[in-house]
Design a binder for this molecule. Sequence first.
Ligand code: ATP
Ligand code: FE
Length: 378
Amino acid sequence: QLVLGIETSCDDTGAAVVDAASRTVLGEAIHRQTMVHTLHGGINPPVAKDLHKQHIHSVVTDAMTAAGVQYSDLHAVATTLKPGLAMSLIVGRDYGRDVALQHGLPFIPIHHMEAHTLTVRMIEQVEFPFLCLLVSGGHCMLVLCEDIDRYSRLGSSLDDAPGEAFDKGARTLNLRSLPEFMAMSGGAAIEELARQGDPNCYSLNKSAPLSGYRDCNFSFSGLKENLRHLVEPLEEEHGLDGDTVLPSPTLQNLCASYQHAVFQHIIRRTHRALIYLDTTRAIPDTVQKTLVVSGGVASNKCLREWLQKLCSIEGGYRVVCPPPELCTDNGVMIAWNGAERLLADKGVLRDTQAIRDVDIMHRCPLGEDISQEVASMR
Ligand code: ATP
Ligand code: FE
């Protein structure tokens, strides 16, 4: 059962061919736009759309060639249709739909966040139900994954996502003016610099975000503002014009302290989720308790260590993460999500008219919101 997956929801054009039965990636290709958007100071949707259009054909062709397969060898085409930048999603939708129609293949619409949660199952044995901490550029949530198509959100971000907090923090710190970080995401750059810094040098969350609320929701916009208030006087002190980076070790210490504050918040909310799941016995004893960490921020080694520590203290949970290259957006996760849905025969479109009619959705939260239930737990 070979599935071609296509991803264009944000700023990465990705494609891959996955074999559902053997859980192997036969071929993949990706074109990342990070560099272009970093230079613009953020993602510019029309630019993203144009770049997707320019590259999608070669990315898909490269993935097919790397896999050594023809369209006639495929069993389905899976494509991200929600959520994401509308202009970007349309490019993938059009391309994937045309491939399916042209070659008489079933079409599988993919929810980008569902793909992030399921990726790990291609590599490791992870049974439903499991808890997933989804930390990416556009989302932050704690989700109980009960089946391929059954998700309950214990908590999600009320404002920014952690990846966004890192990207904006990196901009506040002018990291893009350093050539070595130009092609890197804000999160990756901050992780690198944080390694040489002191996480306790600056306090960015004197009062922890949402500490007064008994739910698992997140808030990162305050931390981002606190960073700005810290950086501005430091820049003045060093006589910087706002376009240059602070000297060492101030820069490294700021990165380490900022990363520390972001992760401390994530750990606290995740801890609450673990307690909720234990109290409600949402995960039966017959299933190995697992915390899956996914999304771009999950590629951060420091976060992985913190979560390992939390789970070893809380007991009973193991932490599993996809390899870093599968944490940020890619075609493999879409192809794998398609493979899971094809095997379970869930959400597979075979009718030509239904495939022609598929539409994209800019906003589309994953599953059901149960944050109020979590908040009412004693
Ligand atoms: P979403 O999946 O919510 O639509 P997205 O697809 O833009 O958002 P991903 O590709 O999953 O997000 O992740 C990209 C984000 O991950 C960026 O915001 C980036 O800063 C962050 N990120 C990447 N590497 C790291 C890292 N090592 N540490 C922290 N954050 C990181
Ligand atoms: Fe993503």
